[in-house]
Design a protein around this ligand. Structure first.
Ligand code: ADP
Ligand code: MG
Length: 259
C-alpha cells in the first residue's frame, strides 16, 4: 500500500531581519491510508510549523521550506497556490486548538459549514442545507437544526470544536490534520472529541495526523507515533513499540512524566 502523505527531508526556517532561524530539521515520515498517526512533543518543538508547511500555510515572505511533501503522487511543495487550493481544504483539511479564532463570529454555524460546501462542491442551496444538517448530526451536535442558526459565541468550547470538525470533514477529506484539537477543552470534553474523531475515522477511512503534547491521548487514538524535540524527529514507530520500548531518553522522560 502506498502512503497517503509522505514528508521527505523537510527543513523549515524563518527569516527575521537577515537572521535565519531554523526550526524544523530534516523531518521525514509517512502516513498510510486509514491510519491515525500521533505527533507528540513539547511546546515549540515544531509540530504546528510542520503541519502548516504541509498545508502550504506558512507565510512565504518570512519562511523557507525545503524537502518534499507528497500527497499521493502530487508534490505539494511544487504546486501553484491555485492548484494547492484544490487539494488543501478539500482532500486535506485541518482543525486547530482554538476554534473561536478559526470560526467567523459574524456567521451562523450553519452558514460557515455551508460556505465550505459552496466553495468545493456543486450542490444546490437546498442540498447544502441538508448536507450541513447531516454533518451536524454526524459530529453529534445536540439539536442540529437549532445549531444552523446559532452564532459561535452561543456555543460551548466542545460544541465549537464540533462545528470545526463538521467543516473539516464536509468535503470527505482523505487526511485530517488535527493540531492540538482538545488542548483548550475540559478533560471530559477532550475525551468526547477524541472519541468522536476515532469514530469518524473508522466510519470514513480517512487518515488523521493527531498533534498533541499529551502522550496519553496518543495512546488512546493513534496507531503510530512520531516524537519531536527541538524541530527534529527523535523517534517514531508503532504506539505499542514506542510506549513499551522507547529508545530515546527524551521519549522515556515523556512516558515517565505521564500522570
Ligand atoms: P509547537 O507547535 O510544537 O508548539 P511550533 O511549530 O509552533 O511549535 O514552533 C516551532 C518554532 O518555530 C518555535 O521556536 C516558534 O517560535 C517558531 N515559529 C513559529 N511560527 C513562527 C513565525 N511565524 N515566525 C518566526 N518563528 C516562528
Ligand atoms: Mg503547536
Amino acid at each position: 500500500m502506498k502512503p497517503i502523505l509522505s514528508v521527505q527531508n523537510l527543513n523549515i526556517s524563518f527569516q527575521n531581519q537577515q537572521i535565519e532561524n531554523k526550526v524544523v530539521h530534516d523531518v521525514s515520515f509517512e502516513i498510510m491510508p486509514n491510519q491515525i498517526v500521533g505527533v507528540v512533543g513539547e511546546s515549540g518543538s515544531g509540530k504546528s510549523v510542520t503541519s502548516m508547511a504541509m498545508m502550504g500555510l506558512l507565510p512565504k515572505n518570512i519562511s523557507k521550506v525545503t524537502g518534499r511533501i507528497l500527497y499521493k503522487d502530487v508534490s505539494l511543495t511544487d504546486l501553484e497556490p491555485n492548484e494547492l487550493r484544490k487539494i488543501v481544504g478539500k482532500e486535506i483539511s485541518m482543525i486547530f486548538q482554538e476554534p473561536m479564532t478559526s470560526l467567523n463570529p459574524s456567521l451562523t454555524c450553519g452558514e460557515q459549514v455551508a460556505e465550505v460546501l459552496d466553495l468545493h462542491t456543486d450542490l444546490s442551496n437546498k442540498e447544502i442545507d441538508q448536507a450541513v444538517m447531516e454533518l451536524f448530526e454526524k459530529v453529534k451536535l445536540p439539536r442540529a437544526k437549532k445549531m444552523m442558526t446559532q452564532y459561535p459565541h452561543e456555543l460551548s468550547g466542545g460544541q465549537k470544536q464540533r462545528v470545526m470538525i463538521a467543516m473539516a470533514i464536509a468535503c470527505k477529506p482523505k487526511l485530517l490534520i488535527a493540531d492540538e484539537p482538545t488542548t483548550a477543552l475540559d478533560v471530559r470534553v477532550q475525551d468526547e472529541i477524541v472519541l468522536l474523531l476515532k469514530e469518524l475515522q473508522q466510519e470514513t477511512g480517512m487518515s488523521i495526523l493527531f498533534i498533541t503534547h499529551d502522550l496519553a491521548l496518543i495512546a488512546e487514538i493513534a496507531q503510530r507515533v512520531i516524537v519531536m524535540q527541538k524541530g527534529k524527529i527523535v523517534e517514531q514507530g508503532t504506539v505499542e513499540n514506542v510506549f513499551l520500548h522507547p529508545q530515546e531518553i527524551y521519549t522515556k522522560a515523556l512516558i515517565n512524566a505521564k500522570p
